[in-house]
Design a protein around this ligand. Structure first.
Ligand SMILES: NC(=O)C1=CN([C@@H]2O[C@H](COP(=O)(O)OP(=O)(O)OC[C@H]3O[C@@H](n4cnc5c(N)ncnc54)[C@H](OP(=O)(O)O)[C@@H]3O)[C@@H](O)[C@H]2O)[C@@H](O)CC1
Ligand SMILES: [K+]
Length: 534
């Protein structure tokens, strides 16, 4: 399967803003009310852009005429489908069109596009879609951003029936216009009737900008292309504070990544190790040190000038046998930590990996936060507060970053947990950051990073950035260490450290590729930095 995202010229090299359906409608309405473009023109551009994008995605389809089935829904998504049908017919293709819903209720634009198609060919009843030869291309123009409830069973049945038509061997390529029908463009949920198999696509072509739902949860499409339909873009900078309601996709491309990371990585000419900062990583007892050692190694590799691993005295010996550049200190609980933090040069702390659950960990967390250090809280540092999250929130501050996976998140924020239909992962993380007063990095292939000041971004290991090997033991510990390493210099806001670490974490996994284990991630960073041109 070919995985790819392509963004239009105007947006390449910048962070992309991911839109909700309402924001997309607003962009369209702004252009139309300013008299810059009509709805009909936008629909024509959307349809034409979809055909061009599909033919460049599948060059074999660009050669010689083929056979397409286009399924058109009752709204403007269907309108785009009629344009695609007409364009393919003009290119000499054999095209069958099936329609859903009452044509008379469609918007004037969709009705007009349907009429233009009907001048050349019929619109057949959707229930007949299973008959005939298997096509080369199946176009899903059933529902787009206007979907408000589960799609009807007859749409599901028709789509599956075309895919499994008898006849020609070889695969039917599935093209979704704007989104796979059933996708909630705001939160990535698939809205299909109970028990029905959801639709999917080999390629989705979306208009103007990608929508949030394209990047949340598991995308139902293997590839995504964004085509320009001439609406005003909102170029985004990776370093500026985004405006409220703005979700940026961390997808800077290599050239932009260099500029972005140059300001974030703590390494610069003339800097000595104390300028880069000193990260303290707290580790667990005997036999429980692996997670913290990996976090410490990651902190050092990403650029902390010094890294110290603090472990209970009983674990010093075994850790000493495993460390060289990383310093080691015995640490007796919260009191020991308080003493250690009298050294003001310890500028960042990573707590959680392998630390153990319970009161001692809670005290250590309170001590670290009370000492006003930039802190990364992960794993046991989070789960130790599951019975009383408010006790944690009361001590948190805006220099802290919490890195829960979805299970840990659900323990701290049960009312915001994923799976609650009305809260998207984006909103959940944003509300949690506000409540906690700290940056939240909510992990997954769709990692959301939200700051208490309202910045929200998404680091998606999806489409061409898919990194399935990253689902491996200890990868989260490495991420916590990377954030802690970036925080040490004190030069950047915690959410920027979280964004950069999350992005680099995925890039390191992609760079290493198959066979990756967590230990490989820090060791891949030098190669990655060189490739980025740092
Ligand atoms: N915005 C732009 O800039 C541009 C947008 N463009 C295109 O427009 C698309 C959005 O069009 P849209 O708003 O008409 O919505 P769409 O997705 O076609 O569906 C709505 C229709 O379906 C109906 N309906 C909904 N749920 C249903 C259900 N479960 N079962 C049955 N019916 C259901 C709903 O009816 P109602 O809910 O009112 O009863 C309504 O009739 C967008 O994705 C893009 O492709 C482009 O042309 C270029 C510029
Ligand atoms: K669609």
């Amino acid at each position: 399967m070919h995985h790819a995202t392509e963004i239009s010229e105007t947006e390449s090299g910048l962070a992309m803003e991911l839109l909700t359906a309402a924001q997309m409608r607003a962009a369209e309405e702004a252009a139309m009310s300013a008299g810059k473009v009509s709805g009909l023109q936008l629909m024509e551009r959307a349809g034409r852009g979809s055909v061009d994008a599909a033919l460049s995605h599948w060059p074999d389809l660009a050669e010689g005429p083929h056979h397409a089935v286009v399924l058109c829904g009752p709204g403007n998504n269907g309108g785009d489908g009629y344009v695609v049908a007409r364009r393919l017919l003009d290119a000499g293709w054999r095209v069958e069109v099936f329609g859903l819903g009452d044509a008379a209720k469609a918007s004037p634009d969709a009705r007009r596009m349907r009429a233009l198609w009907e001048a050349a060919g019929p619109v057949q009843d959707l229930r007949e879609a299973g008959q005939g030869d298997r096509p080369d291309l199946l176009v899903d123009a059933l529902f787009g951003t206007g979907l408000s409830r589960s799609i009807p069973q007859e749409a599901v049945t028709a789509w599956h029936a075309v895919r499994t038509r008898a006849g020609v061997t070889g695969q039917v390529r599935c093209l979704a216009l704007d989104c796979v029908s059933g996708l909630d463009c705001d939160n990535g949920q698939m809205l299909v009737p109970e028990g029905a198999d959801a639709l999917s696509a080999d390629l989705t072509v979306t208009y103007h900008a990608a929508k949030r739902g394209h990047f949340l949860k598991t995308p139902p499409s293997a590839a995504l292309k964004v085509v320009d339909i001439g609406l005003e873009a909102h170029p985004a900078s990776l370093t500026a504070m985004p405006r409220p309601g703005y979700l940026r996709l961390l997808d800077p491309g290599r050239v932009e990544a260099r500029r972005w990371l140059e300001d974030i990585l703590p390494v610069a000419p003339g800097h000595h190790k104390y300028d880069r900062g000193h990260t303290l990583v707290l580790g667990g007892g005997p036999g429980k040190g692996g997670a913290a050692r990996m976090a410490a190694r990651a902190a050092l590799r990403i650029g902390a000038g010094l890294v110290t691993l603090g472990v209970p005295p009983a674990a010093v010996q075994e850790n000493a046998a495993r460390l060289d550049a990383i310093m080691l200190k015995p640490l007796r609980g919260a009191e020991g930590l308080a003493e250690m933090l009298e050294d003001g040069r310890l500028s960042a702390i990573v707590l959680g990996p392998g630390l153990g659950l319970g009161e001692e960990t809670r005290q250590i967390v309170r001590t670290a936060l009370g000492a006003n250090r930039r802190s990364v809280l992960d794993a046991d540092a989070l789960s130790s507060f599951q019975d009383d999250p408010d006790a944690l929130f009361a001590t948190l501050h805006d220099q802290a970053v919490l890195t829960p996976h979805e299970g840990e998140f659900a323990r701290l924020f049960p009312d915001l947990a994923h799976g609650k239909r009305d809260v998207s992962k984006v909103e959940a993380a944003a509300l949690a950051a506000e409540r906690a007063g700290a940056t939240i990095l909510l992990k997954g292939p769709d990692t959301v990073i939200a700051s208490p000041a309202g910045a929200v971004s998404l680091n998606a290991a999806l489409y061409e950035r898919a990194a399935p090997w990253l689902g491996t033991a200890g990868a989260g510990d490495v991420l916590a260490g990377m954030i802690g390493g970036l925080l040490a210099s004190g030069r950047i806001a915690p959410h920027l450290a979280a964004e950069a670490a999350a992005w680099l974490h995925v890039e390191a996994a992609r760079s290493f590729g198959p066979g990756l284990i967590a230990e490989d991630l820090p060791e891949e960073l030098p190669k990655l930095f060189r490739e980025i041109g740092l």
